[in-house]
Design a binder for this molecule. Structure first.
Ligand code: ACM
Ligand code: ZN
Length: 526
């Protein structure tokens, strides 16, 4: 790994023309305020002060190398990072960025400093080829929402550590601060759990993957698909994300979407039947059996997960749980009776409450898909609203925090256009403009209830994303639109046309990094 500490030199910038009058006009998301002081500054190069490096060791972990390359030093301009007191009522993620004789980023938190660096990095990415002078400016900036998320399903298709880092680089560039890592599902268990080695030995492998949408008759590709992250790799990713101001939320699916785990440990299913890791998509009847030994198994898994992920929020899935097996299972019926539960929905609620209590006892907060509302919401649970916005509204009205990720606007596995040349996707239609027009706070909430909407998240389910390039195609540029709506106050939001103009300037960034993306053609282009 490149270590900047030894060199304290970052980069060479070759600025070859006068910067636009309005500094930072192409940034995404748009900063809260940019004040141009007028005087211009000439420089070619950035240099981080040695004492700044000593104080913030995460800078040394190749962050700036990624930002500015390895060119040789020329007339350096100093970059200084300063933690400052938080102004009363100020966002903990606020930052000041001043570009003058030196560059200063000051913020009330390390994450604020990282967001300031992200702005500087994006600005540099937009202008890396230019040379000359820049106006002396001051930026003051902070986000509208505290939760700015993007999810990635690595179960349906597995992607290597290198790619996860690329994904995180993109999120950081657009100030997304939560990476929701969907690590387990029916078609693959992707996290090493030392106490239960079969989870990865058996659960991380399937013999084939469905071709296109050929359910009936079933057509597999006859190609095995496998992969998982070792605990060392998980730590590396968590550190990489943390260095860039991103929290990683692991998702361990339960009680449904658990066929890969049950292929390895069938004793925790209702039928105890040995079944393979499925090579088809869908929702399966076999789920975890609700009894004490299953709960112990899952708590042991969560112990290892908690040790790997410092995230306060731990996602336990909870979606799409058929109750068929529970209705016929002696053990489940016994749990229902002993705990005086009225029906199988209350049985699911019982299960979630047990896991919630366990996570709470470890100082963590349970997050689940909106099905966890059914049968009664667990005391500390955060709801992720995916079947529309109703789940988020119901949660907020019960004074529970909610994250909005409705299929209609936030599912990036949906098509971006109705043309015939789009690559195969699961369905739906979520073009860029629809994402840009999304407003995460439902109008039906009172101002007090609205406080419970933490933010929103894009979901990338990867049934039809077999390659890294396809994941990026579905992410870019829609993530830019999501970034904008999560950062900017609705009343300060630009027009979509103005956003399109800014976005055009970001396409060369995607190209230079070899990030595949969907080229956006503005409607108003002559
Ligand atoms: C989901 O899309 N099943 C949460
Ligand atoms: Zn059962």
């Amino acid at each position: 790994m490149y270590n900047i500490l030894g060199r304290a030199v970052l980069v060479a910038l070759f600025l070859s023309f006068q910067f636009p009058n309005l500094f930072g006009q192409n940034l995404i998301p748009q900063p809260v305020s940019i004040e141009q002081i007028g005087k211009t500054v000439e420089y070619n190069d950035f240099e981080i002060k040695k004492n700044t490096l000593a104080k913030f060791p995460w800078i040394g972990r190749d962050y700036f190398f990624l930002a500015w390359g390895t060119c040789e030093k020329r007339n350096a301009i100093e970059v200084e990072l300063k933690l400052r007191p938080r102004v009363l009522g100020e966002s903990i993620e606020a930052y000041n960025l001043e570009i003058g004789k030196k560059i200063t980023i000051s913020a009330p938190s390390e994450n604020g400093l990282k967001l300031g660096i992200s702005t500087l990095k994006q600005w540099h990415n937009l202008h890396w080829f230019e040379k000359g002078t820049i106006p002396h400016v001051k930026i003051y900036d902070y986000p509208k929402f505290t939760y700015r998320g993007t999810h990635l399903d690595v179960s349906r298709h597995f992607y290597p550590v290198r790619f996860i880092k690329t994904y995180i680089d993109i999120l950081a560039l657009y100030k997304i601060n939560q990476f929701h890592w969907h690590l387990t599902d029916d078609q693959g268990w992707r996290i090493e759990i030392k106490k239960y080695p079969l989870l990865t030995e058996i659960g991380s492998k399937r013999t084939e993957t469905m071709v296109a949408k050929n359910f009936n008759p079933y057509l597999g590709d006859s190609t095995p698909h496998e992969g998982y992250y070792t605990q060392e790799e998980i730590k590396e990713i968590v550190q990489y994300a943390t260095d860039r101001g991103i929290n990683v939320i692991p998702e361990i699916e339960m009680p449904g979407h658990s066929r890969a785990a049950l292929a390895a440990y069938p004793q925790f299913s209702c039928t105890q039947k040995v079944q393979p890791v499925p090579g088809v998509w869908g929702v399966f009847e076999d789920v975890y059996c609700v009894n004490d030994s299953t709960l112990e198994f899952l708590q042991n898994i969560l112990d290892e997960v908690i040790a790997l992920f410092p995230s306060k929020m731990i996602h336990i899935g909870g979606d799409e749980v058929p109750k068929t097996r529970w209705k016929e299972c002696e053990k489940c019926q016994n749990t229902k009776q002993v705990n005086q539960l009225n029906d199988v929905h209350e049985l699911q609620s019982y299960f979630v409450q047990k896991i919630d209590a366990y996570l709470s006892s470890k100082g963590r907060t349970l997050v689940g898909w909106d099905e966890i509302l059914e049968g009664g919401l667990s005391p500390n649970a955060v709801v992720m609203s995916w079947r529309g916005t109703e789940g988020g509204i119901a949660a907020a009205k019960q004074n529970h925090y909610a994250i909005m990720t409705p299929g209609s606007h936030c599912y990036f596995d949906h098509y971006q256009d109705t043309n015939k040349i789009e690559p195969l996707a699961i369905g739906g239609f979520t073009p860029l403009e629809k994402v840009f027009n999304y407003q995460p706070v439902p109008s039906s909430l009172s101002p007090q209830e609205a406080e419970y909407i933490l933010g929103a998240q894009a979901n990338l389910w990867t049934e039809y994303m077999p390659t890294e390039q396809q994941v990026l195609y579905m992410l870019l540029p829609r993530i830019c639109a999501l970034s904008e709506i999560l950062w900017v106050e609705p009343e300060k939001k630009s027009s979509f046309t103005q956003f399109e103009t800014r976005l055009k300037q970001h396409e060369p960034i995607f190209e230079r990094n070899m990030w595949n993306y969907r080229k956006h053609e503005p409607k108003n282009t002559p």
